[in-house]
Design a protein around this ligand. Structure first.
Ligand code: NG1
Ligand code: ZN
Length: 531
């Protein structure tokens, strides 16, 4: 009886007063954890309805605030193909969350009618959560939302975000993408990794050891499991495994503050280090050289490394495929120049938020997309995969080409195509560095990053800021962009843009220029304009 559902909602998952308008943004709903339980409940309802529109295909609900501080949490929905929630349903989610408790019933009825939801259809909701102490309470609220509509659910407990994407997709395609279990996920990646590595564990400057900063989040827990399976192949020492999530550590801290995480164990200079974020969908590399200088290798760098490697393999396969890299406005200008001038690969710019990059990457046969912060992956079109297997199965294919084809297919297996995945991306980078015989300074030598800076500016209302051209131009408030242009002109190789954050109540200011002092000035001048 639906009446009891709404009575229950009012009693246990009441919205309560003083909740401002909430938006389903680039990362779903994200805010202080104590404002989110009613949202989690409603997202349980929404996921159940959405699953019914797909005749019971699994829909995921992930509880996490990723790289945000511990006090925040969030909830986002994963679509049947393991992708982010379709944009048209973001509005539906926003409406469902913004109605009062009294209107919840009629809002649900409206969705059922408008989306023609067959309430007798099957439904399956998969739930996962990060390690935040308030995540279990939110998970229970999702469970209650699903149960309220008599849906089926699987509560997986603690998972990385990309693992849940994998579980949803592999379940829906009946295991064609891998066994739809956590063990199946680990086995898929580890098997491909081991085959690619072969017998020789070290090669040239590549040493078989790295330090793994788990951001005190789920990435560290899962890396322990990977380590059991990787034993004897890759030596990966995990640190930051059980402190406060993202606190002075993790990929976001390392990238934005451009310094090593706290908790970094004593180590030899030039040791490969890697940082993931709180839900393990982002990864960056770094090292400290023998002078004690810190060096960062971010998402731009990872994208160029991967694209270069894949281009080479594709050429060896003797197949013509269109490969492209998708970046955002935050990509370092030097990386874009390197892609165009040296790699000679097609490059596109998309709006912040991986769903936008993913969408753009679909335009290529092989689309490599990364945000500078280390969030990204590679997607291969169905046509590409079909071409590769046809070539592999043709008797006309030479042994040399066959080897390249096998290698490319194994590489595809190592990649989590559904979404950016820190552990999968890391294993791919490890594979490439091993193949090239590179240490991190070899990789760093491919191009020099322009000094850059990101600042957060607190404003009265960030929603008055509107942008266009993949966020590179600010159209509102009127006149702001002209002033930014005037300032930028003064700095050699200067570039700066401003945009409202989708996940925090701030306006972000980005600046880059040829020298570091200029960047400080440029960022400060533009920040003052925004403030
Ligand atoms: P916002 O807060 O909209 O800038 C941040 C990241 C995005 C993306 C989302 C989702 C930057 C500059 N922004 O978005 O790239 O990762 O969080 O987690 O890194
Ligand atoms: Zn994340």
């Amino acid at each position: 009886d639906l009446r009891t559902v709404y009575a229950f909602a009012r009693e246990f998952h009441s919205k309560g007063p003083n909740i401002g308008k909430m938006l389903y943004g680039t990362a779903g709903f994200r805010t202080l954890h104590d404002k989110l339980e009613f949202i989690a409940f409603r997202m349980g309802i929404l996921a159940t309805l959405r699953s019914r529109t797909f005749s019971g295909q699994a829909i995921g609900v992930m509880i996490t605030a990723s790289h945000n501080p511990e006090c925040d949490n969030g909830v986002k929905i994963i679509d049947p193909k393991g992708e982010m929630l379709e944009m048209s349903w973001e509005g539906i989610a926003t409406d469902l969350v913004n109605v009062s408790d009294d209107k919840l019933e009629s809002e649900v009825a409206k969705i059922i009618a408008q989306q023609k939801v067959d309430m007798n259809a099957q439904s399956n909701v998969f739930i996962g959560m990060d390690t935040r102490y308030h995540s279990p309470a939110m998970g229970r609220a999702v469970v209650n939302g699903v149960r309220a509509l008599k849906g089926n659910l699987r509560d997986y407990g603690i998972l990385t975000t990309p693992m849940l994407h994998y579980l949803v997709f592999s379940h829906n395609v009946k295991g064609a993408y891998g066994t739809p279990t956590e063990a199946g996920y680990v086995a898929k990646l580890v098997t491909a990794f081991k085959k690619l590595r072969g017998e020789k564990l070290e090669n040239g400057n590549y040493k078989n050891f790295l330090l793994f900063d788990g951001a005190n989040g789920v990435g560290s827990l899962k890396m322990f499991e990977f380590n059991r399976q990787l034993a004897g192949t890759l030596q990966c020492q995990v640190f930051n495994a059980n402190g406060k999530i993202n606190h002075n550590c993790g990929a976001d801290y390392v990238k934005t503050s451009q310094r090593p995480p706290t908790g970094l164990p004593e180590h030899e200079p030039n040791t490969r280090c890697v940082s993931v974020d709180g839900d393990a969908d982002r990864v960056v590399y770094f090292f400290i050289d023998s002078n004690g200088t810190f060096h960062l290798l971010d998402g731009d760098r990872i994208a160029t490394l991967i694209a270069d490697y894949l281009m080479d393999l594709v050429q060896k396969c003797g197949i013509s495929l269109k490969l492209g890299i998708v970046q955002t406005a935050y990509a370092n200008g030097a990386s874009t120049d390197y892609i165009v001038d040296q790699l000679k690969i097609d490059v596109a710019c998309a709006q912040t938020g991986v769903k936008h990059l993913h969408h753009k990457a679909l335009e290529y046969d092989i689309g490599v997309y990364f945000e500078a912060n280390g969030h990204g992956t590679v997607i291969f079109s169905e046509k590409t995969k079909a071409k590769l297997s046809v070539a592999l199965n043709s008797t006309a294919t030479s042994e040399e080409r066959r080897e390249a084809l096998n290698k490319l297919l194994l590489t595809i297996d190592l990649i989590n195509e559904t979404v950016g995945d820190a552990i999968s991306d890391m294993l791919l980078v490890e594979t490439i560095l091993h193949t090239k015989g590179w240490d991190l300074s070899d990789w760093l030598a491919t191009y020099d990053d322009l000094p850059n800076l990101q600042q957060k500016v607190k404003v009265q209302d960030r929603n008055i800021f509107e942008t266009t051209d993949a966020e590179r131009i600010c159209v509102k408030p009127e006149g702001l962009q002209d002033k930014i242009n005037e300032i930028v002109k003064k700095y050699k190789r200067g570039r700066s843009f401003v945009r409202p954050s989708g996940t925090e109540d701030v306006v972000r200011v980005y600046a880059e220029a040829e020298n570091a002092d200029d960047v400080q000035l440029l960022a400060a001048e533009v920040s003052i304009l925004v403030y």
